[in-house]
Design a protein around this ligand. Structure first.
Ligand SMILES: *[C@@H]1O[C@H](CO)[C@@H](O)[C@H](O)[C@H]1NC(C)=O
Length: 308
């Protein structure tokens, strides 16, 4: 009877260990990838045209209608383009063309939040301009008075950021080059990782598959030539961007509070899992070895925990 009890207990311990490692895995995944949605609103760059429009002009009316179309569309799909007021009957000075693109891993709910933020900010960053673009971490928004930018490959450098931290080991560069080679083949959005190096790439939705690949080839070339041995780097071109980083780079102190929340959740989950194991182990010890095993002082605590 004791033998069967022991077997049974062993199974329970294994189950508890599996459960707690699953919880631990889950919580660490949460905190590693937690930075994606929480950082979506971080400002990356903006570009404003020199030319301005007049308040209360047809252009302003069309711009407002463009911005509200962008908002309603972004809760459904993560990319869209618009042409407003470009039919021959409308006054040509009012024509506006634009697009938005959320990063491919954002759910439309997150996309809509990010785009909503961009819509609120673009008029503050570029007041009364005939053209503007705004890249936040999670989404891009652009409008122009002329429509010739839509669908046209543009690999001009808009923004780059190379980490101060540099890598020196050949293993890192081998892994980084693997990741970058993989990203070049992205059609739209791609995440890639090799060992401790991770990365992602995004093209804007108006590019064809082959233009996307040309754009990303250019972005990858610039990541290497402009950022050399950086441990993390971003390159944003006219219609695509690419980024790589060494694992843990974005987990460093000084990141947002949300990361701290993620860590607290992980710690709490870990403590509970640990307590669960302790309780199960103690109950097994109690059953298999008898009450005499425990020092008398420990018994009341044990009874509290196990509830017997
Ligand atoms: C307006 O612009 C869009 C996008 O460039 C184009 O597809 C459409 O044919 C244009 N409409 C007219 C009436 O020119």
């Amino acid at each position: 009877m004791l033998r069967s009890l022991q077997l049974d207990s062993t199974h329970r311990v294994i189950l508890a260990l599996r459960l707690s490692s699953l919880l631990f895995l889950f919580s660490s995944v949460l905190s590693v990838h937690g930075y994606y949605p929480t950082r979506a609103n971080i400002f990356i760059y903006a570009g404003c045209s020199q030319e301005k429009y007049q308040p209360s002009s047809p252009f302003e009316a069309n711009l407002n209608s463009f911005l509200s179309s962008v908002i309603s569309s972004s809760s459904q799909i993560i990319y869209n383009s618009f042409a407003i007021g470009n039919d021959t009957s409308a006054p040509s000075e009012g024509a506006i063309y634009g697009l938005y693109q959320c990063r491919g891993d954002l759910h439309p709910t997150e996309c809509a939040k990010c785009v909503g933020r961009s819509v609120n900010q673009i008029g503050l960053v570029c007041p009364y301009t005939l053209g503007a673009s705004l890249q936040l971490e999670g989404c891009y928004l652009r409008y122009e008075h002329s429509g010739d930018f839509l669908g046209k490959l543009d690999t001009g450098l808009r923004y780059r950021k190379c980490s101060k931290a540099v890598a020196s080991d050949t293993e890192f560069f081998r892994r980084r080059d693997d990741v970058l080679a993989d990203l070049q083949g992205a059609n739209g959005f791609r995440v890639s990782s090799s060992g401790l190096v991770q990365g992602f790439a995004q093209c804007f939705g108006d590019l064809t598959v082959s233009d996307c690949s040309s754009c990303l080839t250019d972005a990858v070339g610039k990541l290497k030539s402009l950022c050399g041995s950086a441990a993390a780097a971003d390159v944003f071109l006219g219609q695509c961007y690419a980024r790589y980083w060494a694992s843990g780079y974005y987990d460093e102190p000084g990141s947002s509070n949300d990361d701290q929340v993620g860590k607290s959740v992980a710690i709490i989950v870990g403590v509970f899992a640990g307590l669960a194991i302790l309780v199960i182990l103690l109950s097994i010890c109690k059953k298999t070895m008898g009450k005499s095993f425990f020092p008398i002082l420990l018994m009341p605590i044990m009874k509290q925990i196990i509830g017997k």
